[in-house]
Write a protein that binds this ligand. Structure first.
Ligand code: 13P
Ligand code: SF4
Length: 361
């Protein structure tokens, strides 16, 4: 993120006036400790602006995963959510990685590895030729059971390069839809959450598989029953309201929103791709960006010449990170905030993540 002065953060309301002195003190202390201790601070695009300001790199989950492999630092303080910090340990296990608040989780990531193994067995039983493609918003035990990982910035590209007609896409059902549309596969909606009944499910998907064959599609995407609680609550009415108010606005949504929103939008992008779009399209002066609010707050600060519509929501997990807990973590390196990955699953998870990085090129 380009530097934004404290004055400006206060004027725009991003930082409350009463907190300005403390923010100034913490910025200075964090900068001093970071240098003295040779620490590295990555931050996700959804972090609050005062945290993004002290980061060494700000990006989407793919950029942060790639960056975390080659850094010259003694340890990492990760300003994001647990699966991102875990990905950093998975790819570079020798360097300690700390998460400033252990409540920084993700509503997508709680997938049961045994249930995944069961679903894979079910598809093998049907004789399907499939790859298991896992969104990085998962933990290492699930990644280890997968052929490849992906993020919202590369999911379709990777699915195109897998070499199998079918894909079992875990866990985001909405990103699964985007993959199906972009790779000309049939989207097979997920079973109801916690209610996987093989017979029932098969009855529901069989006609769709046959329809895909009739249309000559490349294969099928079997969607898992996960969704992000932030993006899944957005509705087409959010888009309709903005379009009615400002027909010129370019509507950009994240791949985690429901299919009907993806169809109603002008662009479906990852968070870093959204930021890039705003920068590289000077003619797009009115934009509606439907994703977590942190990114839009930052874009408003960087582009005061543009008009943004905020149909966004907050992710309480991303917002569990603040300057105070980043400072404490940097100062104390608390053992209980260190993120570890069991060695039994780390190798498999690293293989799936490295394959993503190779296929995304
Ligand atoms: P990006 O990879 O687009 O940053 O998305 C991560 C995420 O958690 C979206 O909710
Ligand atoms: Fe997870 Fe959704 Fe928060 Fe992203 S916005 S970290 S997917 S809960």
């Amino acid at each position: 993120m380009s530097f934004v002065s404290l004055d400006r953060l206060v004027r725009t309301g991003a930082v409350a006036e009463k907190d300005a002195g403390r923010v100034e003190y913490l910025w200075a202390e964090i900068a001093r400790l970071k240098k003295e201790k040779r620490a590295f601070i990555p931050a996700h695009n959804y972090q609050v602006p005062e945290v993004q300001q002290i980061a060494d790199v700000v990006g989407d989950s793919f950029e942060l995963a790639v960056k975390s492999r080659n850094i010259d630092a003694r340890f990492v303080v990760f300003c994001g959510v647990r699966f991102m910090a875990e990905g950093c340990v998975t790819l570079a296990p020798e360097r300690p990685v700390y998460l400033p608040n252990l409540q920084a989780l993700c509503s997508l990531a709680e997938v049961d590895a045994d249930e995944l193994a069961e679903r894979q067995e079910f598809l093998r039983g049907l004789g399907r030729k499939f790859s298991t493609m896992t969104y990085v918003n998962t933990y290492a035990d699930v990644k280890a059971l997968s052929d490849v990982c992906c993020t919202s910035s590369n999911a379709a590209r990777i699915a195109d390069r897998l070499g199998t007609p079918d894909v079992l896409f875990v866990p985001d059902q909405n990103l699964a839809y985007q993959v199906a549309v972009k790779t000309r596969r049939m989207y097979l909606p997920p079973p109801e959450a916690n209610l996987f009944d093989p017979k029932d499910y098969l009855e529901r998907i069989r006609p769709l598989i046959q329809e895909g064959e009739r249309q000559g599609l490349a294969g099928n995407v079997f969607a898992w029953e996960g969704a992000c609680h932030v993006h899944h609550q957005m509705t087409v009415d959010d888009i309709a309201r903005i379009r009615a108010q400002d027909p010129q606005a370019v509507v950009i949504v994240h791949g985690e929103v429901r299919p009907e929103l993806q169809r109603a939008a002008d662009q479906v992008l990852s968070t870093a791709q959204m930021a890039k779009y705003v920068e590289t399209h000077p003619e797009a002066r009115h934009l509606a960006i439907l994703t977590e609010c942190g990114l839009v707050v930052r874009l408003e600060l960087e582009h005061p010449e543009k008009q943004f519509y905020k149909a966004c929501r907050l992710c309480q997990y991303m917002k569990a990170i603040d300057l105070e807990n980043v400072y404490e973590t940097l100062r104390d390196e608390p053992a209980e905030r260190r993120i570890t990955v069991p060695e039994g699953v780390r190798g498999g998870a690293a293989r799936a993540m490295e394959k993503m990085i190779a296929l995304a090129r």
